[in-house]
Design a protein around this ligand. Structure first.
Ligand code: AMP
Length: 214
């Protein structure tokens, strides 16, 4: 089963993708994670995209399509892919469709995670993640434990993303509404779209996704 998690920054795509990886043995393909890895390891591409990412704008279609293409070849034969943060433009959606056809795969479902903007600002400005396993923490609802060890993997490497600030978030939201939200109509017209309430608790969102997929 191949699925897309679609939604604005802070909607909980990464959190739900990790749950699906654990529960269904699927492979998470997050272009945001791939780009951050390239940025922190200082590759030529990473240096090129760093300023664009920090400002909250989208990097070029060519770069992200290339990353997904590469990763699909590496993970060929996986039991299913979760596309997290990709596609974000119509050109990326077309490219993904063509890549899947080329691999003899189909896209089974697009889950739109609906959340309102006010909740996104509150979530994102309070967010930190474990640098080791990607577990997400929130200063208000799920604070970093007192012993400063990740509850999932035990590491003590908590990080705040450079683009998790109000200025970048405004740009990221604008990019979502201008460039990514047309994909809701695109996938609806194809008959692939299911929408869930992303503001519910993490477990309730997971249950809604489960019933959408099953
Ligand atoms: P994310 O972790 O998905 O919020 O992505 C962080 C940043 O990486 C975004 O604000 C963009 O700058 C860049 N990015 C991630 N995925 C894409 C994509 N599919 N297309 C263009 N830019 C992307």
């Amino acid at each position: 089963m191949n699925i897309i998690l679609l939604g604005p920054p802070g909607a909980g795509k990464g959190t739900q993708a990790r749950k699906l990886v654990d529960e269904r043995n699927m492979v998470q393909l997050s272009t945001g994670d791939m780009l951050r890895a390239a940025k922190s390891s200082g590759t030529e591409m990473g240096l090129k995209v760093a300023a664009v990412m920090d400002a909250g704008e989208l990097v070029t279609d060519e770069i992200v399509i290339g990353l997904i293409h590469e990763q699909l070849e590496l993970d060929n034969g996986a039991s299913g892919y979760i596309f997290d943060g990709f596609p974000r433009t119509l050109a990326q959606a077309d490219a993904l469709g063509a890549l899947l056809v080329g691999m003899g795969e189909t896209l089974d479902c697009v889950i739109e995670m609906q959340v309102d903007d006010e909740a996104l600002v509150a979530r994102i400005t309070a967010r930190s993640t474990c640098g080791s396993c990607g577990e997400v923490y929130n200063d208000n609802t799920k604070p970093i434990p007192a012993d400063e060890k990740c509850t999932n993997c035990g590491a003590s490497d908590f990080q705040r993303r450079a683009d998790d600030n109000e200025d970048s978030l405004r740009t990221r939201l604008m990019a979502y509404y201008k460039q990514t939200s047309p994909l809701v109509g695109y996938y609806y017209a194809k008959g692939d779209l299911k929408s869930v309430d992303g503001l519910a608790s993490m477990d309730d969102v997971a249950a809604s996704i489960k019933s959408a997929l099953d």
